[in-house]
Design a protein around this ligand. Structure first.
Ligand code: LMR
Length: 328
């Protein structure tokens, strides 16, 4: 059998991930952790791959490795610094070893919706954040959206007190740990690829994530329900190795940069809709989605927002003010 069916037989995902690179083409490996279909990041990565392989044929060739098949997010930035992978798009929560500036994106109830996030990221302050890790060897190329986070657990979550005593999986971020502690929960950092199993076996009781991740990883199947809290965001930095990027021939860098900007604009504009579709898919598959009334939601705000005080110095009061002005 051919390469494509071999890849499928191994369960390695779409054969497109193994698009053959011709001799002389610059190989761009892009490793990420989510599914490809119906996912804001998965769709964007696939579109980027298609455009690069079509428009830069003969010069460059992109191979996307989704679903943590190559690296999980704890490993990928190290691999990038070693030159083993050229692109990744970890969530902004996963750069703690490199910068504390991104903590603003993890603070609960900082942004009222994804449009506010978009506006903040496109401000001078936001754009400057792409370069904060340069001296550590990483360059941010673009912010990619996922969306607003929801809370789920193995029991109904209506008031914040319902979360007390529960173990919640979190991404490895001090802000997110503090947020779960504020709820009286116990934060358990864990790689994305391990969450389903941990929920299923009861290693953790709950988690927070976007509709697309909750549907894509089938978390709703092993939870009592999902509560629509919209309490935070998951967004990504499309990131590369500074030396690799600067070593590219000028025409390749500029063409790749243009394609990245275009894919970013196209797909970021669709991220909200993609998440809403995933919410409907959860309901259609028999998952329980609970909405909060204004009073209930305010109770979550009251418990979680004080977490800001612990991180004001890291993120800068002027940045908090800028984000709040956008919400207004
Ligand atoms: C998570 O670890 O929950 C997310 O960052 C996964 C992702 O890439 O959306």
């Amino acid at each position: 059998f051919g390469v494509a069916s071999f890849a499928i037989a191994l369960g390695l995902g779409a054969p497109a991930a193994f698009a053959a690179c011709d001799d002389g083409e610059i190989v761009i490996k892009f490793s990420h952790v989510t599914n490809t279909d119906k996912h804001p990041k998965g769709i964007a990565a696939t579109l980027l791959q298609e455009r690069v392989n079509e428009e830069m044929n003969g010069k460059a060739c992109m191979e996307v490795f989704p679903n943590s098949t190559l690296y999980n997010d704890d490993q990928v930035l190290e691999a990038m610094l070693q030159g083993d992978v050229q692109l990744a798009a970890p969530s902004l929560s996963k750069f703690e070893q490199f910068t504390k500036k991104y903590r603003i994106f993890d603070l609960p109830f900082m942004f009222k919706n994804i449009e506010a996030v978009d506006e903040f990221q496109n401000s001078d302050t936001g754009q400057a954040m792409k370069e904060t890790m340069v001296r550590r060897g990483l360059l941010g190329l673009a912010f990619w959206h996922n969306g607003m986070k929801q809370m789920s657990a193995n029991k109904p979550l209506i008031m914040p007190g319902d979360a007390k005593g529960l173990k919640f999986r979190v991404q490895n971020s001090d802000v997110l740990k503090a947020q779960m502690a504020a709820l009286g929960g116990s934060p358990q950092p864990m790689a994305f690829s391990e969450v389903y199993g941990a929920l299923q076996t009861g290693v953790v009781d709950g988690q927070e994530n976007t509709w697309s991740n909750i549907y894509g990883q089938k978390f709703f199947e092993v939870q009592d329900g999902v509560t629509e809290t919209n309490h935070g965001i998951i967004d990504y930095m499309l990131v590369t190795n500074v030396d690799w990027w600067e070593g590219l021939p000028e025409d390749v860098r500029s063409q790749l940069g243009t394609i990245i900007q275009e894919v970013t604009a196209t797909r970021n504009a669709e991220s909200f809709k993609v998440n809403q579709d995933n919410k409907l898919s959860i309901i259609a598959a028999g998952g329980v989605v609970r909405e909060l009334n204004a009073e209930q939601r305010q109770a979550w705000v009251d418990v979680m927002k004080p977490v800001w005080d612990q991180f004001r110095e890291d993120v800068g009061q002027e940045n908090i003010d800028a984000a709040q002005a956008i919400n207004a």
